[in-house]
Design a binder for this molecule. Structure first.
Ligand SMILES: [Zn+2]
Length: 449
């Protein structure tokens, strides 16, 4: 413990990349660099209360993608109070913003994280069984309430140290709006948000602390909604006059599910019927089905998309309906920067995992038990090694940070604010997210960042 505290004081690093670039210009010696890093860490720890309040506030707002109004107002308010200039409505998205603070020239570092939540995941924090705060309401069942509070905590500490030591540079913060819909980052990239930025540090909640470089596990995707339009009619009185759009949706669903048998196992696809018609006695004149098509390569994603269009055309032909489609979101597979990841991993080893209390562990094990997990190991006690490029591709989820990672040097810092072994996108993933588990993970993550 003593060793850990001492090391933390001496070595804790915030924005090592930024610092080392800046410090190189000024020729600071190692001791001076270390003492500035220690000061950054000290400020992060002093701001523990602020981090906790921010994490809990965003948890309480629990806003779905594109509805992050209160969350965005609150977070930009804090940044504004601390001298950041805010630009709102980025890329025509009302809840999107960018916050900038500059001191002279020097490197420009962007810190990003998501902020939206999950439908029907409302959950009381700290309660180890399903207990919604509001029945049926959205909730932070992914833990996106913690990432921007972490970035703000880190940014305020670095800002202070830059002022104290007359260091030059620019800090930028930005939100991954509607990440669950993979709907904003590609727009930000296309609209030039990342032009002139030297590097991006992205943060995402996890049950351990880690960073990786090169090709990451997981997929990219295209999110597309197919809509069929037919003709309404009295479903009992004159069904022969109707053309059912819902029939087209069902046929497309059947067609794609036959295709699914022949997909490479790395490919993933899932869908919901977003409009199944209005009521049984009216032949549905309009119906929609919404797909995520995922693969580990761009070519694979596009191949699935092309096939899906053919299946949709077939469904329209069979039912005499008209088909159209709308792309709702996209994400490239992720590829992260080696030198930032290696530097960050050294910081991770120095900071280590939080000191979990007995109560933290009891809650974690109770949640694992409630979910029927085989192992009831509680919270992570051992760091993982630096993540290397995946040798054999691994399928899984996507994040539109992939688009940013192909644009400027980027890494994702995974920070330990949640309980291991949970299903994800689920009410149980919200339980820890406004408790000391989340707060401690954010403080540790901000020290690393
Ligand atoms: Zn996420």
């Amino acid at each position: 413990m003593q060793l850990k505290v001492t090391l933390t004081k001496v070595f804790i690093v915030c924005f090592l990349l930024l610092q080392s670039n800046l410090l190189a210009q000024r020729n600071f010696d190692d001791d001076q660099i270390e003492s500035m890093k220690a000061r950054v860490s000290e400020i992060v720890i002093e701001n523990k209360k602020l981090s906790q309040v921010m994490v809990d506030k965003i948890f309480s707002f629990s806003e779905l993608g594109f509805h992050e109004n209160e969350s965005s107002n609150y977070l930009t308010g804090i940044l504004e109070k601390n001298g950041f200039k805010i630009e709102r409505g980025l890329s025509g998205i009302p809840t999107a913003w960018i916050a900038k603070w500059s001191k002279g020239n020097g490197p420009v570092i962007a810190l990003g994280s998501d902020v939206d939540c999950i439908p029907k995941a409302s959950q009381y924090p700290g309660v180890a069984y399903h207990k919604p705060i509001v029945e049926g309401a959205p909730g932070h069942g992914e833990g996106h309430n913690a990432g921007i509070p972490l970035n703000i905590t880190a940014a305020l500490a670095v800002q202070q140290v830059m002022k104290e030591n007359d260091l030059e540079g620019t800090l930028i913060l930005w939100p991954g709006i509607a990440e669950e819909l993979v709907a904003s980052k590609a727009w930000f990239v296309r609209d030039g948000l990342f032009k002139g930025i030297d590097a991006c540090i992205f943060t995402h909640v996890s049950s351990n602390m880690g960073v990786s470089w090169g090709a990451s596990s997981g997929t990219g995707l295209i999110s597309v909604e197919f809509t069929f339009e037919g003709d309404a009619a009295h479903a009992a009185g004159a069904p022969w006059r109707g053309k059912s759009a819902a029939d087209a949706t069902e046929l497309m669903n059947i067609g794609w599910n036959y295709k699914r048998e022949h997909l490479d196992p790395l490919k993933r696809s899932h869908s919901i019927i977003s409009d199944g018609g209005d009521q049984p006695n009216v032949v549905p004149s309009k119906s929609s089905i919404w797909y995520y098509f995922r693969d580990i390569t761009y070519e694979g994603i596009m191949e699935m998309f092309e096939t899906s269009k053919d299946i949709a055309k077939g469904a329209a032909l069979m039912t005499g309906t008209k088909m159209s489609y709308k792309i709702l979101g996209t994400a490239w597979p992720r590829h992260f920067n080696k030198s930032i990841a290696e530097t960050m991993h050294k910081n991770i080893e120095v900071v280590g995992l939080p000191d979990w209390s007995e109560k933290d562990q009891i809650l974690a094990k109770a949640v694992q038990k409630e979910l029927g997990n085989k192992s009831l190991d509680g919270l992570a006690n051992e760091l993982r090694p630096l993540g290397l490029p995946v040798e054999r591709p691994v399928s899984g989820g996507s994040d539109d940070i992939g688009d940013v990672s192909w644009t400027i040097p980027t890494v994702t810092l995974r920070f330990p604010s949640n309980i291991p072994g949970l299903p994800g996108h689920h009410w149980s993933n919200a339980i820890a997210m406004a408790t000391p588990i989340a707060h401690k993970g954010v403080t540790a993550g901000a020290q690393v960042e």
